[in-house]
Write a protein that binds this ligand. Sequence first.
Ligand code: NAD
Length: 458
Amino acid sequence: MTHHNIAQRIQDLRTTFDNGQTRDLDWRKTQLSALERMMRDNEAAIAEALKSDLGKPYGEACTAEIDLVLKEAVHARKSLHRWAKPQRTGTPLAILPGQSFVEPTPYGVTLIIGAWNYPFQLVLAPLVGAIAAGNCAIIKPSELAPHSSALLKQLVERYLDSNAYAVIEGEADVAAALLEQHFDLIFYTGGERVGRIVMEAAAKHLTPVILELGGQNACIVDETADLAVAARRIVWGRFLNAGQICVAPDHVYVAASVETRLLEELKNAVTTMFGADPKQSPDYGRIVNPRHAARLQALLSGGRAITGGQVDVDNCYVAPTILTEVAADAPVLREEIFGPILPVLPYHTLEAPLAAINARSPALALYAFTRNQKTADRIIAATRSGSVTINDTVIFMANPNLPFGGVGASGMGSYHGHYSFTAFSHQRAVLKRGFALDAAIRYPPFTKQKLSMLRRVT
Ligand code: NAD
């Protein structure tokens, strides 16, 4: 798509927005229903595209992509009247008589840029927020998941109002061309490096941004934890989507006294979930491309694999791998792994993992397994992160009542459920007054006495 075509498409959407069509709540609901139908009618095609792009297991395609978007859309449609209603708020004496409201209003024409690891969820869940809040939107899916990107374009054009919503496919140059244009809000999901590019481009137009980035999510297991349950939940969270998930536990700090037992349980959990040869498991995914598989292969030398370690770069396979004896300066600990490798590091006092966590930029998620409430509270109070989960991993994402987003280098802004609606809404201040009681006290000329009275009543 040329620069001219991109600019024209954005102008078309702006015309729709200016016409006021997207402000109508019933119209928004119709679009949300259409999105729900789109997900239901095309389950097989979506699962197939995800299989082609990421070898994504059918179960994961259903739960983490199709159902998550569906639930978000249904929740938004059913809550829309309540969410969109202007909220009455107090009015101080000096402004009486008058009525004050906070009214959520749409930003206008928005841009949603997605990453490849959850190619449907990461653009369609924000789109639910954009539609519910009354915006137009252009979606730019990731080029690294080409089957999903092509299907998204086809489906969005078929099911949604093309005067308000469009998918523009392409590589980084297309994303860059889009970013040159003036949008009213940009919602970006992806890595930190491009996050900075997006924010810089947005600054030129003073466009607000929501950045959903990544980072290194730590997981602490103390000596009181139920090690079998902890191991299952960690293995599940780490090896979902073959580890290519922004909220996966990146590494585990375990109390040294239970390290050996935890390692054993982690190993058992891998075998129970994916069998003796995970390559044959229908429930285990693939790496997005050989380049990333090779990148992950290089990280394996950072420790000793107690399970896994096998890599087939050409077929994008990296086995679920648990690493022990990891050197403190190993590359596998220096960057977000974004793959199926889990380093396990022993600690002697809780201060050590807390200090290590606080030495890094705040992550998207933090996990801790403990039966000790005081330890849990201490971990929560002593750290910063987009989210914190005690005694589980990743599953918090399935709660639409919790905001999903990062802080610091893991991002800014959040979404899911009502938070998606607020993310795509400007909270407009509305004050309505009549013409009565136009007290002279507020107008010049001011005497000392008049000013003193004014300061007392305002
Ligand atoms: P990616 O390579 O798919 O890039 C994301 C998007 O940015 C794509 O649409 C791409 O076209 C665009 N892009 C690439 N270069 C660009 C440029 N120069 N200018 C403008 N746009 C450009 O995805 P990625 O960055 O490899 O994604 C992985 C990262 O995303 C990880 O760090 C992960 O933690 C993070 N992530 C975060 C979330 C979240 O919800 N917070 C979800 C998924 C992934």
